[in-house]
Design a protein around this ligand. Structure first.
Ligand code: PMP
Length: 453
C-alpha cells in the first residue's frame, strides 16, 4: 500500500497514465523518475537505471545535457514564443528548416513543423489529400500502411498504426486507410521461403491490394524503415527496393516515418540511407531534439510541394497548423542537439558500436526463452517464447515480456515490453560497458523468469 502523502500516491490520484492498467496501477504506483544523466535515470528512491530505451526511443545525446538546457534558456530569454502562421517566422524555425532540408538523404524542398510524431503523420494525411485535390484527383486519397507499423495515436495517425490496441475501442481505422503485410520474415515467412522470396511476396501483396482498390484511388504508402513500436521489425534488406518498384509503377507517394530511425539509430543519419529508400515525404521527431522539448517536422519534396503551392490561392491555403508549430525554444534546442550529434560524431559512433551491440544481443539467442533476436544499428529486440520451434509464448499474450521487463528493471535496466518482445534502443552515446550491463541484466532477468515458468 502506498503512503497517501508519498509522491507515488499523489501521482496515482491525479495522473491517468498512457498504456497502463489503471486499477493495477492504483495498487502499485509508478516509478517516479527524478533526474537523468548520460545513460542513466534515477528515481525518487535513489535507484539508478540504465535507460536502454533512450526514454521512448528518443534521447540520442543522453540525459542532462547542459548545452541543451542552455540553448533553451538563451532562446526563452530572447524570444520565448512566436508562431509561424500567415507569413510570420522566427530565426530558430528558419535555421532548423534549412538544416533539415540540407541533411535530408534525398532532395527535399520544404520543412513543415509540428509538435509530435503523431501530429507529423496526421499532417501528412492532410497534405496528401490536399495535394490530390490540388491535382484534380479527388478520388486519389487512400493511404496504405502496414500491419504492426506505428505512426501515432491521433484519430488519423492511429488509423495508420497497424496495431489492434490502437484501433479497438476507438472505432478505427478510419475509412481510406489500409494495412498490408508486415515484413517480419521470422513470423510471416513460409516454410522453405527465402528472405528474398518473402520480400517479393510482401511486394506482391501490396500490388494486389493496389489492384483490388483501384490504383487511381491510392495516394501514398507509409512505412518506418525499421518498425519500432510494433516490436523492432527489421525487414529483409531487399524489401524496400521491391516495395518502391511497386509504388513507382502506380505513381504512389512514399512516406518514410523516420520518427525512430532518424538521426543515427540505424548507424546512418536516416533509416532511408540504410535501405536505399527515396521518400517523397519524411516525418521526423524524437531524436530531432533528443525529446528535450517536443518538436517534429515533415520534409517534403517538390512532387508534394509544387502542386500545393500552385493551388493554394484557388482552393484555399493549406488550412492546417498548430499554435506551437516550430516553437522557437524547441527549434533552438533541436538545432543545438543536431550540432552535438555532428560534433560528437554520434552517428559514426552508432555505426562503430553496432556490431558489438548486435552481437551482445545475439548472444541471448541461446537462452531457452528467446525465439528470435533481431536488430540493426543501435536498435534491437528479443522475442520471447516457451517453445522455440513452434514460436509460441505463454498465454495471455505479452505476459512473459511484461514479467521479464519487470525483472530486468529490478536489475537496473529499463527496456520496453512490446507484445512478447523486449525492445532495446539506447542513447547513441552508449558504450561497450553499458551494452554488457544491459545484456547481463537481461539474461539474469530471463533466468529468473525461467524459474517461474
Ligand atoms: N512514428 C513512429 C515511428 C513512432 O515511433 C512514434 C512514437 N513512438 C510516432 C510516430 C508518434 O510519435 P508521438 O508519440 O510523438 O506522437
Amino acid at each position: 500500500t502506498l503512503n497517501p502523502n508519498s509522491i507515488e500516491a499523489r501521482d496515482v490520484a491525479y495522473h491517468l497514465h498512457s498504456y497502463t492498467n489503471a486499477r493495477r496501477h492504483e495498487e502499485t504506483g509508478p516509478i517516479v523518475i527524478e533526474s537523468g544523466e548520460g545513460m542513466y535515470v534515477t528515481d525518487t528512491d535513489g535507484n539508478r537505471y540504465i535507460e536502454a530505451m533512450a526514454g521512448l526511443w528518443s534521447v540520442a545525446v543522453g540525459f542532462g545535457e547542459k548545452r541543451l538546457a542552455d540553448a533553451a534558456s538563451r532562446q526563452m530569454q530572447k524570444l520565448n514564443f512566436y508562431h509561424t502562421f500567415t507569413q510570420k517566422s522566427h530565426t530558430p524555425a528558419i535555421e532548423l528548416a534549412e538544416k533539415l532540408v540540407a541533411m535530408a538523404p534525398v532532395k527535399m524542398s520544404k520543412a513543415y513543423f509540428t509538435n509530435s510524431g503523431s501530429e507529423a503523420n496526421d499532417t501528412m494525411i492532410k497534405l496528401v489529400r490536399y495535394r490530390s485535390n490540388a491535382l484534380g484527383q479527388p478520388e486519389k486519397k487512400k493511404i496504405i500502411s502496414r500491419i504492426k507499423g506505428y505512426h501515432g495515436v491521433t484519430l488519423a495517425s492511429a488509423s495508420l498504426t497497424g496495431l489492434p490496441n490502437n484501433h479497438r475501442s476507438f472505432d478505427l481505422p478510419m475509412e481510406g486507410i489500409l494495412h498490408t503485410t508486415c515484413p517480419h520474415y521470422w513470423r510471416e515467412g513460409h516454410e522453405g521461403e527465402s528472405e528474398e522470396e518473402f520480400a517479393s511476396r510482401c511486394a506482391a501483396d501490396l500490388e494486389a491490394m493496389i489492384q483490388a482498390e483501384g490504383p487511381e484511388t491510392i495516394a501514398a504508402f507509409i512505412g518506418e524503415p525499421v518498425m519500432g513500436a510494433g516490436g523492432v521489425i527489421v525487414p529483409p534488406k531487399i524489401y524496400w527496393a521491391k516495395i518502391q518498384a511497386v509504388l513507382k509503377k502506380y505513381d504512389i507517394l512514399l512516406v518514410a516515418d523516420e520518427v525512430i530511425c532518424g538521426f543515427g539509430r540505424t548507424g546512418q543519419m536516416f533509416g532511408c540511407q540504410t535501405y536505399g529508400i527515396e521518400p517523397d515525404i519524411m516525418t521526423v521527431s524524437k531524436a530531432l531534439s533528443s525529446s528535450y522539448l517536443p518538436i517534429s517536422a515533415l520534409l517534403i519534396n517538390d512532387r508534394v510541394y509544387q502542386p500545393v503551392a500552385d493551388q493554394s490561392s484557388e482552393i484555399g491555403t493549406f488550412g492546417h497548423g498548430y499554435t506551437a508549430s516550430g516553437h522557437p525554444v524547441a527549434a533552438a534546442v533541436a538545432l543545438e542537439n543536431l550540432a552535438i550529434i555532428e560534433e560528437r560524431r554520434l552517428v559514426e559512433h552508432a555505426a562503430e558500436l553496432a556490431p558489438y551491440f548486435q552481437d551482445a544481443l545475439g548472444s541471448l539467442a541461446d537462452h531457452p526463452l528467446v525465439g528470435e533476436v533481431r536488430g540493426v544499428g543501435l536498435i534491437g529486440a528479443i522475442e520471447l517464447v516457451t517453445d522455440k520451434k513452434a514460436k509460441v509464448a505463454m498465454q495471455p499474450a505479452g505476459a512473459m515480456a511484461a514479467k521479464a521487463f519487470g525483472l530486468i528493471q529490478a536489475n537496473g535496466v529499463i527496456t520496453r515490453a512490446i507484445g512478447d518482445c523486449l525492445a532495446f534502443c539506447p542513447p547513441l552515446i552508449v558504450e561497450k560497458e553499458h551494452v554488457d550491463t544491459i545484456v547481463d541484466a537481461t539474461r539474469k532477468g530471463l533466468d529468473e523468469l525461467l524459474t517461474t515458468i
